[in-house]
Design a protein around this ligand. Structure first.
Ligand code: BES
Ligand code: MN
Ligand code: ZN
Length: 496
């Protein structure tokens, strides 16, 4: 899909569709709306009067052969109340328009922004919305829906005086959204087509293309490093584990400066192990590598956007299977850090592999950490599929991250890390146990388990179990993998 700026007056442009948005219940059509109304001899105002066009959020009104305009169609998207409007809404509006027009066979359209949104931030958001909305998971359908391709989108009414800033913003948005789609492709893959070793190969190919250095640790190297927590999870599967290590090194890295570590959970299939999961919905556990895919997506974007800090991604990858050699409840494993872990539930495997991933990232010199994982069902209970659960210590470090999430337009909510929760993972026979005692707080005890390995290194943990995948499509995004958290992580790295 081509995206370019268009400087011609939008009412005269000949295109498949002209798209703009209208605010909720504004009786006067101003700005772009007013201009279109004048070109159409007041016909837009009559649509408003008739009550068909209200501007309610994401309402869609399509006008065919709009008299007075050069376009074949005019698509009006509701923008909701003007005083509540944010850049994030622009992403949704652009995405909704793309998905609607694509499903109606449109090939080219022009997106016109309103007066308040003519700068680089708006351009970036529109591009992100368009490219993320263009993603569809149809790889394994042998019959593709015909005639569905948006070839080109022009962005009109942007402030031409900002020239190079606008083109840079468009490029920035493209890199982010394409990296998000790269991750979504991986998350979609079934586990028979994306084993830990295949994931490593895919990561290697991406790294070569993006110009990142890459190292894949195989089971021998993993044993040499004594990653006992990861090996404990992996021992039940015939598929050998991998640890994927990607490095981005800036040209003039400041010696002694911060090094950001990105650790992602990549369980390519989670059966639960001996503490086996029920059959209902188990097929979803192919997306239990979503945290790893998130970090691969973030690295792909960072390679192009070139932050000033070095970034190292560490992605432990394994299956979690039952079997004659699988670890069992009650087993004690020794993590790479030397801490001993009592395995209470083999289905709490994500925190185990993250423990060794985090330990290794610190050993490689990371001074700041972010982990992402489809870690707990409990985060769905706490936040539904609306917010990512964001944990972290110290609190200021988490707050700094939440600023980036806000800037990236991704909903995240801070979760507590009080000491009382740490008490709940004390074990009678080892240093810690892999599930909390007592009832409730499952997402928090899981986070505390990981913190035991991050120790005092500034650390953020993103529980994306409920947000990495959506069962129902949204007007601006297909159902399936979302690619959530990549934009926030990249924004954070660029500002660190
Ligand atoms: N991968 C799951 C968490 C999950 C659940 C991800 C639903 C996506 C959707 C994780 O490994 C897991 O099984 N967690 C357990 C932990 C429990 C045994 C303490 C859970 O949340 O039930
Ligand atoms: Mn599990
Ligand atoms: Zn899992």
């Amino acid at each position: 899909m081509q995206i370019q700026l268009e400087s011609k007056p939008f009412s005269s442009i000949s295109t498949d569709a002209l798209v703009t948005y209208i605010f909720d219940r504004e009786n006067k059509l101003e700005g772009v709306g007013g201009e279109i109304d004048r070109a159409m001899n007041g016909r837009l105002a009559s649509l408003v009067e008739s009550g068909e066009l209200t501007g309610k959020a994401l309402e869609l009104v399509l006008v065919h052969f709009p008299a007075g305009l050069g376009a074949q169609r005019l698509l009006l998207v509701g923008a909701g109340k003007r005083d509540k409007f944010e850049t994030a809404d622009l992403r949704k509006i652009a995405g909704t328009a793309l998905r609607y027009l694509k499903s109606h066979g449109v090939k080219k359209f022009v997106f016109v922004t309103q007066e308040g949104e003519r700068g680089p931030n708006a351009a970036q958001a529109v591009v992100e919305g368009l490219i993320a909305a263009d993603f569809e998971s149809n790889k394994y359908h042998t019959e593709k829906k015909p005639n569905r391709e948006i070839q080109s989108v022009s962005l009109a009414n942007f402030d031409a005086g900002l020239g190079a800033n606008l083109t840079a913003a468009i490029e920035h948005g493209r890199v982010l959204a394409e990296s998000q789609n790269f991750a979504r492709d991986l998350i979609n893959e079934p586990s028979n087509r994306l084993t830990p070793s295949i994931l490593a190969t895919r990561a290697e190919a991406m790294a070569k293309e993006a110009g990142l250095s890459v190292e894949i640790l195989d089971e021998r190297k993993i044993s040499d490093l004594k990653m006992g927590a990861l090996l404990g999870v992996a021992q039940g599967s015939v598929e050998p584990p991998r640890v994927i290590v990607l490095r981005y090194t800036p040209e003039n890295a400041r010696p002694g400066g911060p090094v950001l570590g990105l650790v992602g959970k990549a369980v390519t299939f989670d059966t639960g192990g001996i503490s086996i999961k029920p059959a209902d919905n188990m097929e979803k556990m192919k997306y239990d590598m979503g945290g790893g895919a998130t970090m691969l997506g973030a690295m792909r974007a960072l390679a192009a956007l070139k932050p000033a800090v070095p970034v190292i991604a560490v992605i432990p990858a394994t299956e979690n299977m039952p079997g004659g050699r699988a670890q069992k409840p009650g087993d004690v494993q020794v993590a790479m850090s030397g801490k001993t872990i009592e395995i209470i539930n083999t289905d709490a495997e994500g925190r185990l592999i993250l423990a060794d991933g985090i330990c290794y990232a610190r050993k490689l010199g990371c001074t700041h950490l972010i982990d992402a994982a489809t870690l707990t069902g409990a985060i769905q209970v706490a936040l539904a599929n609306v917010h990512v659960g964001a944990f972290g210590t110290p609190r200021e470090y988490l707050d700094q991250f939440l600023e980036s999430a806000k800037a990236a337009g991704e909903k995240m909510w801070p979760m507590p890390m009080d000491d009382e929760y740490q008490e709940m993972i004390k074990s009678n026979i080892a240093d810690i146990r892999n599930t909390g005692t007592g009832k409730g707080g499952g997402a928090i005890t899981a986070a505390w388990f990981i913190k035991e390995f991050a120790e005092d290194t500034p650390w953020i943990h993103l529980d994306i179990a409920a947000t990495c995948w959506v069962d129902e499509g949204r007007p601006w995004l297909a159902k399936g993998p979302t690619g959530v958290a990549i934009r926030s992580i990249v924004d954070f790295a660029l500002k660190l």
